[in-house]
Ligand binder design. Sequence first.
Ligand code: ADP
Ligand code: MG
Length: 393
Amino acid sequence: MTGDDDNDAGGRGAVLAADFRSVFGREPEALWAAPGRINLIGEHTDYNDGFALPFALPHLLTVAAAPTGDDTLTIRSRQADGTLDTTAPELAPGTVRGWAAYPAGVVWDLVRAGHPVGGMEILVDSAVPLGAGLSSSAALTCAVTRATSDLYGLDLDPHATARTAQRAENDFVGMPCGIMDQLAVLLGIDQHALLVDARSLETTPVPLAPGEDDTEFLVIDTRAPHRLVTDEYAERRWTCEWAAVLLGVPALRDVDPTDLPGALAALPENRLRRRVRHVVTENARVLETVHLLRQGRTRAIGPLLTASHVSLRDDFEVSVPEVDTAVDALLTAGALGARITGGGFGGCVISLVESGTAPRCTAAVRDAFARRAFTPPTSFTPTPSPGARSLRE
Ligand code: ADP
Ligand code: MG
């Protein structure tokens, strides 16, 4: 996996503009970049109005765009086959299949909200791996929302941008994701994680300097194919919402950890109990992680990461054998903590390791994968990076 560092916005913008010229034969008017993200802890909590602690990555998805002067909408991606050729007023859920539904969903949402958005030519290019749990989808929808906002003078703030990007995914693509990915992608801060409160949409920076406390982060991309993600994800979400109804609370965020035994006793079946136990304990782990990081006690978050994984594996049931193999191999190799990151059913593992041991830990995962004949994994050391930005500046 490439770590596509972007400290050179001007240079990257020039390359993207040249690419746009070669595809569409004219100048782009908006150039935007949005990063992927890693979620350090707080999984499947956002749609329960809870807490998460993601940070933006150096890997960037870029969008170049120009208005067409009519309603014609043409979208291409360097990472995907096919061109979407349609018009903005024709868009409706179900009219666009595959990858182009993400950017088309953004245009649909903005038109539906009454914004004066017409046709565009859009070119997408990306160094965020697709479907690896690093939120290439939010990078795509957020970058397209930003570019459209620029072209049509919409002046959308980050929260409005995040909501449009989320609705594109929820209502047009059909993936009922929460709001954490979009906020991380838009508001990421260099050398910080963001404590996301998914109820208020407040994001609070938490310092996350690499090397602190003689530790470093290591990401393993298991390259396990995503299986049944949308259906399984939706089932988890509706189950949580049903549990909140049964418990008489607005959302599972409102179940205090000290009230958990009583809440579990009030639920009619074991599967519901396990789902609720994950969400309530995961929210508590996020807040404890933030508390420890603020004290500079980075090593102490290791067990919380691993506890999050066990909860996601056993109670929320969103892990897969490749991911569990990676987590087990990392811990056996001496990692301080490791967990699945992203919505699950494949994708990446984030781990905290002793400084200097990332190569040894990566080798241990490779060996374990080879023994089980899994596709060889890739790895990188993630650097907390800034969120979406214009490449014009
Ligand atoms: P993640 O967000 O973790 O990468 P998702 O399944 O949510 O995984 O989103 C991945 C989907 O987003 C891809 O299957 C594709 O439809 C779309 N996508 C992301 N990046 C691109 C890109 N560069 N070009 C075209 N489509 C993309
Ligand atoms: Mg996604």
